[in-house]
Design a protein around this ligand. Structure first.
Ligand code: SF4
Length: 344
């Protein structure tokens, strides 16, 4: 169990003082001492759920210029919002964005709820986003824990429980540092520290205001935190895939309905097994007798195993009735990526 250092007060004071000097100038942040705009905070948090600050910034500026208030966004045309969102990823988020803007306008008189429970009732606002908005926009002492904050906590307290099981401990430790003094700045200070100083692979401990308290730094290997569960070695398999060409088309087969890639179009293959195939074995396992040419090999990773596929090619006049002759370009788009690689 991690040890909680005794000096929370001085630790907090040092990080807040560091934030006052080094805070990032972000377009959704209020000027120092001013109240944050809940609409801007919410919009930035939704955008940042799936992308980085540099990528999100021009989108944020474009949205704010075009729809300056949550009411403007609520009245926007769906298609225009979807088009403005293009490039930000998952459209479900854009649909939730509109649904949320309309819920705020319709159910809350155009004002965002000012606490976590109220915020959680809004479409697309989960536990993290609600905490972030509550802290940053409404100065609620909410526990805002993203990946950056998890990393800082894991290092500060040298938490030995590996992720993902350690998340609960990290959250509890983060909560032990939250107070009602400047909760918005505290949340943003931890985020900024994690992003700029306590970086994943190269923490800049010499520039860190938490260094005197940091147990991972004292261990001499801060980058070894957060601990991660050892990856289970993925088994490796070998197989042969057959590219059979006739008049610019390639023979595809429909895979059995059950099992890996069930029911999908694919190239004919051998069995997949732990040992590599020799050329003689590859030719013997081929679906037809032909002048087979070794066309190299491809690597592919499935969730539960990795695969080396040797690729053999031959030209054929006839073939199996079950084969589906498909123009090469269409074939690449019709088969799962392991087979598409073998068609390149
Ligand atoms: S001292 Fe180093 S490891 Fe510890 S919180 Fe600061 S940057 Fe991270």
């Amino acid at each position: 169990m991690a040890r909680v250092p005794p000096s929370h007060g001085s630790l907090r004071a040092r990080l807040l003082a560091w934030y006052d000097r080094h805070r990032r100038d972000l377009p959704w942040r209020a000027p120092r001492g001013a109240r944050a705009n809940p609409y801007a905070v919410w919009l930035s948090e939704i955008m940042l759920q799936q992308t980085t600050v540099p990528h999100a910034t021009p989108y944020f500026l474009a949205f704010i210029a075009r729809w300056p208030t949550v009411g403007d966004l609520a009245r926007a045309d769906d298609a225009e919002v979807m088009a403005a969102w293009a490039g930000l990823g998952y459209y479900a988020r854009a649909r939730n964005l509109l649904a949320c803007a309309r819920a705020v306008t319709r159910d809350h008189g155009g004002a965002f709820p000012d606490d976590e429970a109220g915020l959680r009732t809004l479409p697309g606002v989960g536990e993290y986003t609600a905490a972030a908005i509550a802290a940053i926009a409404f100065e609620r002492p909410a526990n805002v824990v993203d990946g950056n904050v998890e990393r800082v906590m894991a290092r500060l307290f040298a938490v030995e429980t590996p992720l993902p099981a350690g998340k609960r401990d990290l959250k509890r430790l983060a909560a032990s540092l939250v107070t009602s003094e400047r909760p918005g700045d505290w949340a943003q200070a931890l985020m900024d520290l994690g992003s700029a100083v306590c970086r994943p692979t190269s923490p800049a401990c010499e520039a860190c205001p938490l260094a005197p308290d940091c147990q991972a730094r004292a261990s001499g290997a801060p980058q070894a935190y957060p601990r991660r569960a050892a990856k289970v070695a993925r088994p490796h398999r070998h197989g042969v895939v057959y590219r059979i060409i006739r008049n610019g088309a390639v023979a595809l087969v429909r895979r059995p309905p059950r099992g890996l890639m069930g029911g999908m179009l694919a190239l004919p293959t051998s069995d997949w097994r732990p040992d590599p195939f020799t050329t003689a074995e590859a030719v013997a396992a081929a679906p037809i007798a032909a002048a087979w040419v070794d066309a190299g090999a491809i690597e592919h990773a499935f969730t539960h195993f990795s695969l080396t596929l040797r690729v053999f090619e031959a030209h054929a006049n006839g073939g199996d009735d079950a084969w589906i002759w498909t123009p090469l370009d269409d074939a690449r788009a019709s088969v799962p990526s392991a087979f598409a690689k073998a068609l390149k």
